[in-house]
Design a protein around this ligand. Structure first.
Ligand code: SD4
Length: 338
């Protein structure tokens, strides 16, 4: 967080009003039942950045610098999440992340712009910035997605150097060793109040772009790929409509093609927050066991009119938003308080 910027943590969901250039301030706690879609009028000026979780604060700051200097939404999205990927204290994004059950740190990422150009990598090891490899897939191949050794070989061809330190990092290795004692896989919602980073950016020209990057669920099966690098699940942008990013249990997001569904719901007329809420409700409908498993899924969305919002299955999901002179950390509405 830059010195000039002070993030204010607020409960989301202003009742009604449109707040240009800033996030609307709350009048109520974020119990969605009491506030049916009232935050849907949150609106921003350009440029604007929003991203998942508290770690989005630092990502937004970097992305916003790009936008302020006249950079594109696409550049800003990439630069923003690279900050999180490089943060070796982060246990859910980048090479500082927790490993899979074999002790390997495997990374997933994707990026997409307003013209529906997109790139993705999955199951990638030893490369610091999977989002930049994803962008290279988009710009330098006829494909959208490369995975595993193929993604690694492509990254090396494009000049990405492998890291020269051992992963998992010692702390992540210790956590994995501890986990191995019981080897019980149980996705935890809202781990340490941060998780995958998904970012949406809007530049001075009004173009929207997004990126999503993660080390995936801790202790996943080796080879498992979640929603985050899947265009339409962890991220979707359509310049005619808007964009969405997801966080949480990837399997649940993939089963409803989450971010594509959010964007299509906006296309049909819903505001970003209404759309996020509708797809969160769909996630729960498709997962009747969700109460027992404590499933968490959250979406963020913005539309081309400048409206933005988010919603989650459970309490605890928040996002950072940054506009000229204003930064906020906002708790989203949710369907389940526990
Ligand atoms: C995944 N959606 O791999 C990502 C990680 C995440 O809460 O957001 N976990 O499923």
């Amino acid at each position: 967080m830059s010195d000039r910027r002070k993030f204010l943590k607020i409960s989301a969901l202003a009742a009604g009003g449109v707040a240009l250039g800033r996030c609307a301030l709350p009048e109520n706690d974020n119990n969605s039942a009491a506030l049916p879609n009232q935050a849907s009028d949150n609106q921003h000026e350009v440029p604007f950045v929003m991203s998942t979780w508290r770690h989005g604060i630092a990502a937004n700051a970097a992305a916003f610098e790009v936008l302020k200097a006249g950079g594109t939404a696409l550049d800003a999205a990439e630069v923003g999440v690279r900050v999180t990927e490089a943060d070796m204290t982060n246990r859910s994004v980048g090479l500082g992340g927790l490993p899979d059950r074999e002790g390997r740190v495997t990374l997933d990422a994707c990026i997409m712009d307003h013209d529906s150009r997109c790139g993705a990598v999955a199951f990638l090891e030893k490369i610091m910035h999977p989002v930049s490899v994803a962008r290279a897939v988009m710009e330098h191949t006829p494909h959208v997605m490369l995975v595993g050794p193929g993604a690694y070989a492509f990254a090396r061809e494009r000049g990405f150097e492998p890291i020269d330190f051992k992963v998992p990092l010692p702390e992540a290795e210790r956590a994995w060793q501890e986990w191995l004692r019981n080897s019980e896989y149980r996705p935890e919602p809202n781990i340490e109040n941060h998780d995958t980073i998904g970012i949406l950016t809007r530049d001075a020209e009004g173009r929207i772009a997004g990126a999503c990057t993660t080390s995936g669920m801790a202790y996943k099966m080796h080879g498992r790929v979640g929603d985050s690098p899947i265009i339409g699940s962890g991220l979707f942008v359509d310049g005619e409509v808007g964009g969405a990013v997801a966080t949480g249990l990837g399997e649940a997001v993939m089963r409803v093609a989450g971010c594509s569904a959010v964007v299509e719901t906006m296309r049909a007329g819903a505001s970003p927050e209404e759309a996020c809420r509708e797809i969160v409700e769909r996630v729960l409908r498709k997962h009747p066991e969700a109460e027992a498993t404590e499933l968490q899924v959250g979406f963020l969305a913005m539309d081309r009119a400048g409206r933005y919002g988010g919603y989650s299955v459970r309490k605890g999901f928040n996002y950072a938003c940054t506009a000229a002179g204003e930064d906020r950390l906002i708790d989203t509405g949710y369907l389940r308080a526990e």
